[in-house]
Design a protein around this ligand. Sequence first.
Ligand code: CTP
Length: 152
Amino acid sequence: MKELRVQPIKNGTVIDHIPAGMALKVLHILGIPDRGIGSIVSVAMNVRSNVMGKKDIVKVEDRELEPKEVDKIALIAPRATINIIRGYEVVEKHRVKLPKEVIGILKCPNPTCISNSREPIESRFIVISDNPPRVRCYYCEREPDDIASRII
Ligand code: CTP
């Protein structure tokens, strides 16, 4: 029988299969607690998982995620699944998937990169691998090795 750690939610989004220890980064991406409308949020950390050993889970009630937020989550939790819950049922489930390029969601580590200049140029990275996530700057070809801390 499945152990129930955190209550099922009625409506909202469950982000499952987050690598253990990354839940707080996911909350940060979602702007919790600074931004947002004070939705109810539950977090389970280091939950046992068949496929991952240990995992984290984040449940946000009465909120669905924006595509940019999902792309950011894909950069730190490449196996995460996004479950949309309505009336206690999982009505949609998909695994995060990085697009071919990510624009305006990572800051280039190269201080002389044109995306860091005063020009109004958004950062742009080519995705070279999904899992583990690896990206290369479209402008200066720098490959950040600390993607999680580069998320804007
Ligand atoms: N969940 C929830 N509230 C609901 C329904 C589901 O919080 N009303 C959560 C479950 O606890 C689980 C996730 O949403 O963390 C996905 O639910 P479900 O698809 O039923 O679980 P699994 O089959 O275990 O998912 P997967 O196959 O993706 O591992």
